[in-house]
Design a protein around this ligand. Structure first.
Ligand SMILES: Cc1ncc(COP(=O)(O)O)c(C=O)c1O
Length: 353
């Protein structure tokens, strides 16, 4: 699945001892105060509804009101991760193809293969979907998966492209899974949310509200058949999502938009710094438009990732985990001083190699 010597599990959660981690996609900014103040009560220890707490789903429906959403259209899951797994399994049978764009979030491919489905890949140019390639391949697949803004590129798909994908999948009646976990972290324009009867939206509280460890995400679909199938699967797998964490998520939905806006300002400043520094280092890099990742081209990426960790105490992720063999992923979910120091170390390495 991944290079034996180097794998994401080597780095996830590794901190301290002068290490600078451009590894994990975990925001370093704190969650909202109301979320932190949530205390457990007796009811949090009882089983809950499989679909999730009513008030949380009602609040989500309110957020999606322009799509005429109701609480029945939502299922609260253990992060977006569980939503992805359940969505694939609700839609596909073994050997069915799922179309995704490369580079992709590292868990997509193994998750698809582990379930005995088959990944099919759409080409991108500087992270933007090649729509001709998409139109050539879409007829042959059971589902399409879009992730904009993308992990690992930080690139947004153009609205024109998203509208074509929406229309083609609608006309062909192919489920369109939209992983929008970075929908609130966009620097260049408003988010364009894919919508329609074929769309399954997947989202998370991990990134927008810095709640990665709470493990709350959700799946939204207007297709009651899919919702019922996902509930059936969740009933025999994880059952309800953590009740206390769902209460925290409910408080997060009530946080004023200024919380998100001020975080986005910080992410954008960091984006500008890391992008400019990488250009100064002479790296071939695409300007991130959202999320908090950047994916420079690096000569001999395995040597780079290994030596940056072993000799320079800098964690980075191999591009091959994301389907980008000649690149290395940097997450800039860390403060500007650390970004500057980390890139100084990268500069030293590049001078010698
Ligand atoms: C594109 C993408 N989808 C899904 C996830 C999983 O998120 P969660 O913490 O909600 O499971 C991540 C986490 O990094 C991600 O980057």
């Amino acid at each position: 699945m991944v290079n034996k010597e180097l794998s994401p599990s080597m780095f996830i959660g590794v901190r301290g001892r002068g290490i600078i981690s451009f590894g994990s996609g975990q925001p370093d900014l704190p969650p909202p105060k109301k979320v932190l103040a949530c205390k457990a009560g007796y009811d949090d220890f009882k089983y809950g509804l499989i679909a999730g707490r009513r008030e949380l789903r009602e609040s989500l429906a309110q957020e999606f009101k322009k799509f005429k959403a109701t609480k029945e259209d939502f299922i609260v899951t253990n992060g977006a991760s569980e939503s992805l797994d359940l969505a694939f399994r609700a839609i596909c049978k073994p050997k069915d193809k799922i179309l995704l764009h490369v580079p992709y979030y590292y868990s997509y491919k193994p998750l698809i293969e582990m379930n005995h489905f088959v990944p099919s890949f759409v080409k991108t140019n500087k992270g933007k979907i090649d729509i001709e390639d998409f139109e050539g391949k879409v007829h042959d697949v059971k589902a399409v998966l879009i992730n904009s803004p993308s992990n690992p590129t930080g690139r947004l798909q153009d609205i024109k492209t998203l509208k074509i994908i929406e229309k083609v999948t609608q006309d062909l009646k192919i489920p369109l899974i939209s992983d929008e976990v970075y929908k609130d972290l966009i620097y260049e324009r408003e988010n364009y949310m894919l919508s329609g009867s074929q769309v399954i939206t997947i989202n998370s509280f991990s990134k927008t509200f810095s709640m990665c460890g709470a493990r709350v995400g959700y799946l939204y679909s207007k297709n009651s058949g899919i919702i019922n199938k996902v509930i059936q699967l969740k009933t025999i797998t994880s059952m309800n999502t953590n009740i206390l964490a769902q209460r925290m998520a409910y408080h997060a939905t009530k946080v004023p938009k200024s919380f998100i806006d001020s975080n986005v300002k910080i992410w954008k400043q960091r984006r500008d710094i890391i992008y400019e520094r990488m250009l100064e280092l002479g790296l071939d890099v695409w300007k991130p438009e959202g999320a908090f990742y950047i994916l420079p081209k690096i000569k001999n990426p395995r040597k780079f990732v290994r030596e940056m960790f072993k000799k320079h105490k800098v964690i980075t992720y191999l591009g091959e985990w994301f389907g980008a063999d000649d690149r290395v992923r940097f997450s800039y979910a860390l403060d500007t001083k650390e970004i500057e120091e980390g890139l100084k170390r990268v500069g030293k390495y590049l001078k010698k190699n």
